[in-house]
Write a protein that binds this ligand. Sequence first.
Ligand code: NAD
Ligand code: MG
Length: 392
Amino acid sequence: MLGATGSIGASTLDVVARHPGRFQVFALTAHRSADALLGLCLRHAPRFAVLSGLPEDAALRRRFAEAGCGSELLFGAQALAQVAADSACDVLMAAIVGAAGLAPTLAGARAGKRVLLANKEALVMAGPFFMRAVRECGATLLPIDSEHNAVFQCLPQGARHPGGASPAVRRVLLTASGGPFRSVPLERLPGVTPDEACAHPNWVMGRKISVDSATMMNKGLEVIEARWLFDIAPERIEVLIHPQSIVHSLVEYVDGSVIAQLSNPDMRVPIAHALGFPERIESGASPLDLPAIGALSFARPEPARFPCLELAYAALREGGTAPATLNAANEVAVAAFLEGKLRFTAIPQAIEHALRAVPAAPAGDLDAVLDADRRARRAAGEGVAALMGRAA
Ligand code: NAD
Ligand code: MG
């Protein structure tokens, strides 16, 4: 489990703990939060624990050894790919946030694992060759992102494996809650705070993806993710605002039928679906009470409110390394916003700056993508510096 101390990590461990005997935890990773990782190790007794953001530390290693959880502690980013590809485990939960998830998730795909993909950034950055690795190495890719998990469940029998788009599918409709600022007056947006942006109306998530939901860059990244997962052209992927977050996405067929997947907004639903697939297992989510919800509504997103969505479509159409640039610039801009250095409405401006400064190149391998990622971070940093403190 890559990213075990995060929000998806917690939901996954909750589902796993409901099925003793069915799953055994092989490795848990965290970036720097040693205390949180040790707590999880004491509960789940994995063979390995990884702190990817820390150098070798003998005292910490001793602490884990003396705690009696039986987990061997490894350090550094290399250890992520090592545990992800280890032949002793068959399922990889890829739940690191951001570009850092790409290399170890790819290592798991290349080792032919069942990969449960929460780390959408891996597909945004490296869609074509990530999917090639999945096919060529016999991996099974199951989407955890609630929208993509919904689409996967709505696709026709026989074409249920991501990468197998059916000619019977006319459109994929990805739903979006619209986030906390869906109906805030536009002139208030420049002044919104990080805590307001992270207060998502329906989902409890990590801070980065919460800001992405407020800008709707999250949906933009998900359009790119869907393009590669389901091998579907960008113009056949549409975004619908659905404030209740009950319909997680829909697939429209050429005969006019539309199939949707519904549940309460609880990430344990897609996680349990992927962990149990093709069987159905208990997730712990409460049953859906439609009469209590009463009404479900849908609307088109307003382009002026959510410029990040169009930036993502544009990067997808441009192709090559443009989505990797978009993703890296977004990470830099969101981090600057969370640190109080950048206004909310300057996030898309910093991303546009990077997209202009780093021309798209072919994205044939990991090196090309990581090079674009580095250049985009530098350019976005310059963009942030130029935009800091500037009135909106
Ligand atoms: P989070 O911030 O709660 O947790 C992130 C995890 O990644 C933590 O375990 C952290 O230690 C680890 N991590 C952070 N930086 C790292 C680095 N540089 N190297 C290695 N590990 C690092 O994030 P989250 O909300 O759980 O999201 C995880 C992924 O799942 C993201 O890609 C997100 O887009 C996706 N996702 C999340 C949700 C959700 O409901 N939270 C829904 C759909 C998709
Ligand atoms: Mg999602």
